[in-house]
Design a protein around this ligand. Structure first.
Ligand code: COS
Length: 381
């Protein structure tokens, strides 16, 4: 289904599909088995320009729109959810806030290396006492001459320990409240900035999920992103776009489950015929495909709004909620279609099931998405 895509958007989708099938597929199993960051695979992804997918051309990126971005993340995630989330986080919640809120000097200094994959990006909001409660950040940034001194701990940061540039949300006033937050760009190698625990996870194994520790880490004022007190809104706007990426990742995982189920059900015979000839399997496949199609429409609609410069919080949250719950549901169904084999490592559907679950958790849990959706609906009523 081509959903009224432009020739350029179709080209991005088809190119990434081809790359994923031909090249990325060789790395997918290793990225599931090994917790080491997949530098080689990400290098290949960078070679085809995907690290700079949404970074404007004048800063060395490919300058693609949000629709192309969503299509690309879906195609990557269909083969490797690890690759999907690394590229999504790098583009949407690390490079994007710099593109949107950064000064010309920051863009020129940071974006070219992010675009060609030399510098990986991360986004650090979550803390032991903040995450869903984004305004509850305790990391402090205290003005200190021509810079800021940061102290605090961030947890569950995707790309955290491998990133050159981390967008950090910190509190710049002592009273609580979301207006006191400011965002900073923390560079790798800054004295006082280090890494703690690397999480061992159920799925997306090769994706780096780190604790970041700031102990008197000094950031020059030139690396403050946006105005003092703008941090909460910068984080929320970035997450609106980030949720489109996670929705696309979920669709890619669900599609892999669907395609695997179709293939398997046509090969596997029981009672003297392929199990695809049984209505129970046919209906499962029909429901999987229908939900995936709906999730893609919702996700591309949110992306179109983003491209049009319109507020898309509601649509991005709806897409992320629906796509992530679809991915969990579809991958569990796929394991069931595969029967005993689905529960073994002989088929990748057990990986899809483990990978899918996190899409309901990061960049806002399903509960947070429902909260955002309900607020958007009720505020105008
Ligand atoms: N875009 C632009 N502005 C936004 C916004 C968005 N998406 N969301 C909120 N704002 C603005 C509001 O309009 C409000 O502005 P004013 O003060 O000018 O009126 C301000 O930000 C505060 O908003 P709100 O009152 O809704 O803040 P809350 O603290 O109540 O926010 C939720 C609650 C749950 C919505 C927020 O904390 C959230 O989204 N949390 C989840 C964060 C998340 O996804 N974490 C996952 C880990 S990060 S990977």
């Amino acid at each position: 289904m081509d959903l009224g895509l432009t020739p350029e958007q179709r080209m991005v989708r088809d190119t990434v599909r081809n790359f994923s099938d031909r090249v990325l597929s060789r790395y997918a199993e290793d990225m599931d088995r090994s917790p080491d960051f997949p530098f080689e695979a990400i290098g290949r992804i960078a070679e085809v320009g995907l690290m700079g997918l949404t970074i404007p051309r004048e800063y060395g990126g490919a300058g693609n729109d949000a629709v192309s971005y969503a299509l690309a993340i879906e195609e990557l995630s269909r083969v490797s959810a690890v690759a999907g989330v690394i590229v999504a986080v790098h583009n949407s919640v690390s490079a994007y806030p710099i593109v949107k809120f950064g000064t010309e000097e920051q863009k020129r200094a940071l974006l070219p290396a992010m675009a060609d994959g030399r510098a990986i990006g991360a986004f650090a909001l979550t803390e032991p006492d903040a995450g869903s409660d984004a305004g509850g950040v305790r990391t402090t940034a205290v003005r200190d001459g021509d810079g800021w001194t940061l102290n605090g701990t961030k947890i569950f940061i995707t790309n955290g320990s491998v990133s050159e540039n981390v967008i950090v949300v910190a509190r710049t006033a002592s009273e609580g409240g979301s207006n006191d937050l400011t965002t900073f760009i923390l560079r790798k190698g800054t004295p006082g900035f280090g890494y703690g625990t690397l999480e061992k996870k159920m799925g997306i194994t090769g994706s780096d999920t780190s604790e970041l520790i700031m102990e008197d880490a000094r950031v020059p004022d030139s690396m403050r992103l946006g105005g003092v007190g703008d941090g909460f809104k910068i984080a929320m706007v970035s997450l609106d776009g980030g949720r489109i990426g996670i929705a696309a990742q979920a669709i890619g995982i669900a599609r892999a489950a669907l395609e695997g189920s179709i293939r398997y059900s046509m090969e596997r015979e029981q009672f003297g015929r392929p199990i695809s000839s049984f209505q129970a399997i046919q209906w499962t496949i029909a429901d999987m495909a229908t939900r995936i199609e709906a999730a893609r429409h919702m996700t591309l609609h949110a992306a179109q709004l983003k491209d049009a410069g319109a507020r898309h919080s509601l649509e991005a949250s709806m897409a992320k909620l629906y796509a992530s719950e679809t991915a969990t549901w579809a991958t569990i169904k796929a394991v069931q279609v595969h029967g005993g084999y689905g529960y073994t490592k002989d088929y990748p559907v057990e990986r899809f099931m483990r990978d899918a679950k996190v899409t309901e958790i990061y960049e806002g849990t399903s509960e947070v998405q429902r909260l955002v959706i309900a607020r958007e609906l009720l505020k105008g009523a």
